[in-house]
Structures are given as structure tokens and as C-alpha cells.
Design a protein around this ligand. Structure first.
Ligand SMILES: [Zn+2]
Ligand SMILES: [Zn+2]
Length: 336
């Protein structure tokens, strides 16, 4: 899918990127309001527990879309006296809070399902209800894809999380409609309650994944291994051309905070190298890292390679020699 016209301007400046993130955030709120109206209408027409579950879920969308918008705005504020590393981490809070809300919605939907399982209701106006639910789902599909794209392109975990969340709603509505179709043909009213229960489990998993994203971010989880490797290889390649062959580095660390990414490491140079020369090399390496991972903020600590103390100044050094680093594996979800 193409970006809508007002999101298509790809600019290099952070201010423009942020304007695009904010617009995407507003669009998510508008979409949430529209789908809430449509889905509760569909429920009122049919009396379906499945459609009611779907409508409750879109209420959670509105709450979380609002949290996302506030966090994007806050994350965009420049560094200040009290937040020297910027405000990006607020996006991980948003992801975690969003996850909690979604788990809450899952519990509510599960409760509706249990009640209806023991007390099935006759369904009405299934045709019109279905048409309205499909319209709501189409709105969600367009918005979800836009959010995921903008979130990835402009590295906003909050937007990406919101997009994934809205995308699960598309599947949710699809499942509800299939169930209503089965009921229309068979008259098995318990299918409606069963759908609500299945939705509850699926939605709870979505919430769990978002909580995991929030926790990983707040815990300063390292960048993906592939990104770390890019940085290491770029620095190693650059050091082959360094003025002194024995120049090396260690204790490389990475982390991210919202859309900002950070790298730091120790640069080991011969003790006789002047401060000016060592700093010039460090500045070159910062450029090298920026080319490998654009936008990364790099900090380099310079130390004399002859001094034993240089090799005892980071707990990471043990891991770099051991099997730990090589065995760090990437998993798609969960707490890593
Ligand atoms: Zn400097
Ligand atoms: Zn060191």
C-alpha cells in the first residue's frame, strides 16, 4: 500500500519525521472513533456477543491510540536539563500500557463469551450487521498498514505496536463474521459465544507481546544482533586503516530509546598517541558507525592499550571473550 498523500513526504530531518509520526497518531484516533461507532451499531442491530467483543476491543483502541499520540509528542521533545538522553523511552511505556489495556479487553471479552455460552441469544439483522462490520474492518486494515509502515520507516515503536494491535482487530472482525455466517446456516447460537472466547485468547496474546516490547525497551535491550554486527564490522574495517595497526576496541554496547539508537565502546590506542590524534580517529569512527546505522548516537571512550586497567574497566569484557555473545539469539517475541 502507498502512503496516503500527506504521509508520503520522506524527509531526512527529524522535525519532518516527527510531524509524520504525529499525523499517523491522529489518524489512528480518528479511525478508532469511526470503528467504535460502526461496531457498536453492528452489535445493536444483531445482538451478537462476537460483535460486542469486537466493539469492546475497539474501545481499547481509542485509549491506546491516545496514549500513543501523547507519547509521540513527548518523545519528540529535544534533550533538556532533566532528560539528557532525550524522551524516547516514553514510547516503551506506551507500548506496555497499551498491552495492559488489551489484556484487560481480552478479560472482558472472555467474560462476555462465558456468559453467552450459558445463555445464548437469538441474533437479528445479520445481513446489515455484517455489512457494517466489514466497513469497520476495511477502515482498520488501511490504518493498520499505514501505522506499521510509518512506525517502521520512522522508527517509532509506539506506532508500530499500535499498527499491530489494529491489525489483530481486522482478524478479529473476520473471525466474528465467519462465525455469524456459520450461525446463519446452522442456527448454532453457541458458535457466537465460542468466537468471543477464541477472540479473548488471541487478543490476550497481542497484549502480552506489546507488554514484552515495552519491558525490553525499558530494560535497555541491545539492538538486534544483525545491527550490532554491522557496527562491529564497520569499526573493524575502519581500524585496519588506522595509523597504528595495534589500535583496537572493546566493550561495545548498544541500546535504543524510542526512535533513538545509541552505541558506545572503548577505543584502545597506543599511549604515545596525542589527544588530538586519538580524538580525530574517534570522530572518524563515529562517522563510520553513522554510515553503518544511520542516525545512531555514538560515544567513544579512549584508553591506552598498554595499561592493564584498560582491560578491567567493563563487565562486558568477560562476555566478549566468552560464548555468551555468540549465543545471543534473536526471538520474535517474549522477554528476551
Ligand atoms: Zn569530541
Ligand atoms: Zn576498556
Amino acid at each position: 500500500m502507498m502512503f496516503p498523500f500527506f504521509l508520503s513526504h520522506r524527509s531526512r530531518t527529524e522535525r519532518d519525521a516527527n510531524a509524520i509520526r504525529l499525523r499517523a497518531g491522529w489518524l489512528a484516533i480518528v479511525a478508532a472513533v469511526v470503528t467504535i461507532a460502526l461496531k457498536f451499531t453492528a452489535y445493536a442491530l444483531t445482538g451478537s456477543a462476537g460483535l460486542l467483543s469486537d466493539a469492546v476491543e475497539s474501545l481499547a483502541n481509542l485509549v491506546t491510540a491516545s496514549a500513543v499520540l501523547i507519547s509521540i509528542w513527548y518523545a519528540s521533545r529535544p534533550v533538556d536539563r532533566s532528560h539528557n538522553y532525550g524522551h524516547g523511552k516514553v514510547e516503551f511505556f506506551a507500548s506496555g500500557v497499551e498491552g495492559l489495556f488489551i489484556v484487560g479487553a481480552a478479560v472482558a471479552i472472555g467474560w462476555i463469551g462465558v456468559i453467552r455460552l450459558f445463555d445464548p441469544h437469538e441474533l437479528e439483522s445479520l445481513g446489515l450487521g455484517t455489512v457494517i462490520a466489514i466497513a469497520a474492518s476495511a477502515v482498520n486494515l488501511l490504518v493498520a498498514r499505514m501505522l506499521i509502515r510509518v512506525g517502521r520507516a520512522y522508527r517509532s515503536p509506539a506506532l508500530t505496536a499500535d499498527g499491530r494491535h489494529v491489525m489483530t482487530d481486522v482478524w478479529t472482525t473476520g473471525g466474528v463474521l465467519i462465525g455469524l455466517g456459520i450461525i446463519a446456516f446452522t442456527g448454532w447460537l453457541w458458535v457466537d459465544a465460542l468466537i468471543a472466547l477464541v477472540l479473548a485468547v488471541n487478543i490476550a496474546f497481542t497484549g502480552w507481546r506489546l507488554i514484552a516490547v515495552g519491558v525490553n525497551g525499558l530494560m535497555d535491550r541491545a539492538l538486534p544482533l544483525a545491527d550490532e554486527r554491522l557496527v562491529r564490522e564497520a569499526v573493524e574495517t575502519a581500524l585496519r586503516d588506522a595509523p597504528d595497526r595495534e589500535t583496537t576496541f572493546h566493550a561495545l554496547r548498544t541500546r535504543e530509546a524510542g526512535s533513538r539508537r545509541f552505541v558506545d565502546f572503548h577505543l584502545l590506542v597506543p599511549g604515545r598517541v596525542s589527544v588530538g590524534d586519538a580524538h580525530a580517529l574517534a570522530s572518524d569512527l563515529e562517522q563510520v558507525v553513522d554510515r553503518a546505522l544511520p542516525g545512531v548516537e555514538t560515544t567513544i571512550h579512549i584508553e591506552p592499550l598498554e595499561d592493564d586497567a584498560s582491560y578491567r574497566d567493563s563487565d562486558l569484557l568477560v562476555l566478549e571473550d566468552g560464548p555468551e555473545r555468540a549465543h545471543r539469539v534473536e526471538t520474535g517475541s517474549g522477554f528476551r
